[in-house]
Unconditional design. Structure first.
Length: 143
């Protein structure tokens, strides 16, 4: 379903996103960012397969912006080595997006998607283990 071509779907998406971001705690906002990046990577993969170059470029650029947002949310003082490692990983993911974009490289898209999926799973696991209370290690890596 393409939200961009239908004004009603775009409006629904915008209201849905606004509601989710208004109600989300910092942990939830990170999950929204990760979900957004994962959804865009799936769409970008389909664009490569179907030869939709302009849309692929927009989607991969959006993924890079989201990953930059994730990097900016890292708190290096509180997060220590975990924040540093996540920063390095996010930087690597953005480099893979450049490769994917310039060469229609499905392997680069798949690799980025898998890395972000693993980060998302860890993020959910931390919340579950902490009962959504403050988990000392990974949650402190984010402002």
């Amino acid at each position: 379903m393409n939200f961009n071509n239908n004004p009603w779907l775009r409006e629904y998406r915008d209201v849905h996103l606004y509601t989710n971001t208004e109600q989300a705690d910092p942990h939830g906002l990170i999950l929204l960012l990760l979900d957004g990046a994962l959804n865009r990577l799936s769409s970008a993969r389909a664009c490569v397969e179907e030869g939709r170059t302009a849309e692929k470029c927009e989607l991969l650029s959006s993924v890079m912006n989201i990953v930059d947002g994730l990097r900016l949310s890292l708190d290096r003082q509180q997060g220590g080595a975990i924040a540093d490692n996540l920063d390095t990983l996010y930087e690597y993911i953005n480099r893979r997006m450049l490769v994917a974009n310039s060469g229609n490289d499905l392997a680069a898209i798949d690799e980025a998607r898998e890395l972000l999926r693993q980060i998302r799973e860890a993020w959910i696991g931390i919340a579950n283990a902490a009962g959504k209370a403050r988990a000392p290690d990974m949650l402190s890596a984010v402002r």
